[in-house]
Design a protein around this ligand. Sequence first.
Ligand SMILES: *C/C=C(C)/C=C/C=C(C)/C=C/C1=C(C)CCCC1(C)C
Length: 227
Amino acid sequence: MAMFAASVFFFFERATVSDKWKLSLLISGLITTIAAAHYWYMREFWVTTFTGNNASVASPTEFRYIDWLLTVPLMCVEFYLLLRAAGASINMLWRLVAYSVLMLAAGYIGELSAERGQAIRGFENFGWGVISTIGWAGIVYEIFFGEAKQLADGSSDANVRHAFNLLRGFVLIGWAIYPIGYMTLPGNVLSGSTELAANMNVVYNIGDAVNKIGFGLVVWNLAKRGK
Ligand SMILES: *C/C=C(C)/C=C/C=C(C)/C=C/C1=C(C)CCCC1(C)C
């Protein structure tokens, strides 16, 4: 419901900002809309499979990964739009998208291997997690050291620099919640912590709310201040 409400907010607020930021706010709204739809699917699944004692695990991984595969690249688009005036190249956007796809595809295969309790293409859950982390590290590199960072540093707009700093904070700290959750899967390094594993969906839900709505609000704030 928060995702849905955030979408309504971003779509309506879009009318009040300057033309330059309208597309960014539209993307913010699309991110939360896509998430709202997937949360409805997940809720439906949870309701129909609820048996009392497996309530906390009854949510299919597929919906999360389909959602992430759509929303994470859209977050890359937000970085691109933010830095476009500072000269961001389309190649930078493609690099970020490619890293995202690597991160999510490897993560999904790793989840499958945990589910099946066997290696896939020679890698166990942990190995796929390492490959996935390379994708995440690529994004982090790009925004903390690479072209994106350089463009932000060179931007004459203090509001853009401020928003960029906040957004990359989400990528580094907010996104760390996902690999931590992944590490509680069977066969991985935190798999002993059943408490965390049992509540992983709740942790992911909170992570998504912060990372999608919070991210969108940073863009909204910039759009409201920006000329
Ligand atoms: C709105 C959804 C977002 C921002 C999802 C982000 C997901 C990640 C950053 C996932 C990262 C993973 C790793 C870095 C390693 C283990 C596998 C993943 C896919 C959980």
